[in-house]
Design a protein around this ligand. Structure first.
Ligand code: SF4
Length: 342
């Protein structure tokens, strides 16, 4: 049997890395904290830019980990990691001790908990929902207000929990603008007569076909983009949301009544990743994600020999980037294992 590698986290990055390492002859243990694999991809309905059903990505990832060299352990976390003469010993929450020659950390991201931005009323008003809640509605096949009515006027708020010093996240999550565009188009496809408004600070559409999607959303679907920050959300006597926005293009304040408000939650270092960083003494960067060894040549390397990173535990990434990053991690791991003697 080949060298032993433990991969922590079975989202897109972990599954891709674990599958490729198994294929390369390593004996791989993939540890996942949830009962199911797939991570955040599982919570999404259609993906951008091509509106592919996320189930297709899930079945691709499932096919990667179906390998004889790979052992999948679900429903437990890695609580501690020690190194002894180049060997790693990882202790899981349910009392297992896993030995490894190399470790791949792929603990992914958590979506920003929108209730932390109290002014938007998430958890206070029933018709303020998050982008993840909307995906669940899409998957269910119906987008309805809490009272069962079809929403006619829907707002999408960008930059919720990102580019926000107050919550300690000054960075851009990179994918919430395109998520908003995709969700706005999907809303129009489902609720043809609804009016959809996006409240944005800047449109950041840096990705293959993203700009085209943005254009299409305006020309074909008539999405209204309002450059401005939502300052306050309240509810009136008939349960409609009242949203105050500073329209920075028109230079005047706006007050709008909406039936539903969707918050584009940003990406943060996962809680399980943060716990692992503390337990294993791994460095985190300014943005609280794992700190990579080098921005140009070492985006899969930690500062500790033998510990590697894959995917969104290091920074916000889309699925394409995540899978590529995982493959690059595999190249670094194999390189490292080749340098070990014996
Ligand atoms: S991608 Fe857009 S919505 Fe997300 S943080 Fe960046 S600017 Fe804000």
């Amino acid at each position: 049997m080949g060298r032993r590698v433990v991969v922590i986290g079975a989202g897109a990055a972990g599954m891709e890395a674990a599958g490729q390492l198994a294929k390369a002859g390593c004996s791989v243990t993939l540890v996942e904290k949830e009962e199911e694999t797939g991570g955040n991809v599982r919570n999404w309905y259609h993906l951008f830019p091509d509106h592919r059903d996320s189930k297709e990505v899930i079945s691709y990832l499932d096919s990667r980990v179906a390998h004889k060299n790979l052992t999948l352990i679900t429903g437990t976390t890695v609580e501690d990691m020690e190194q002894d003469h180049g060997q790693f010993i990882l202790k899981t929450g349910d009392g297992m001790a896993l030995e490894a020659d190399a470790v791949v950390v792929s603990t992914g991201f958590d979506l920003f908990r929108s209730e932390r931005k109290e002014e938007y009323g998430y958890g206070i008003y029933d018709n303020v929902i998050s982008s993840a809640d909307l995906e669940k509605m899409f998957r269910k096949g119906e987008v309805l207000r809490h009272d069962g009515e079809i929403p006619r006027r829907i707002g999408l708020v960008h930059c919720v929990g990102s580019r926000d010093e107050k919550v300690g996240n000054p960075y851009c999550s990179k994918l919430c603008c395109v998520t908003a565009v995709k969700q706005a188009m999907e809303l129009k496809k489902k609720l043809n007569t609804a009016r959809v408004f996006c409240f944005y600070m800047d449109m950041r559409m840096g990705g293959a076909l993203y700009e085209e999607l943005y254009r299409e959303s305006q020309e074909k679907y008539g999405i209204n983009y309002i450059r401005g920050k939502v300052s306050e959300v309240s509810e009136n006597f008939d349960n409609r949301l009242v949203v105050k926005v500073e329209d920075t293009l028109a230079g005047r304040p706006l007050k709008m009544e909406l039936d539903m408000l969707v918050l584009m939650a940003g990406m943060e270092m996962s809680e399980s990743g943060a716990r692992l960083a503390r337990a294993a003494g791994l460095k985190t960067g300014e943005n609280k994600f794992f700190a990579i060894a080098d921005h140009h040549f070492g985006s899969n390397k930690s500062e500790l020999n033998g510990i590697f990173y894959a995917g969104t535990c290091t920074m916000p990434m889309n699925i394409t980037e995540t899978i590529s990053h995982a493959r690059a991690a595999v190249a670094d791991v194999l390189d490292y294992l080749n340098t070990l003697s014996g």
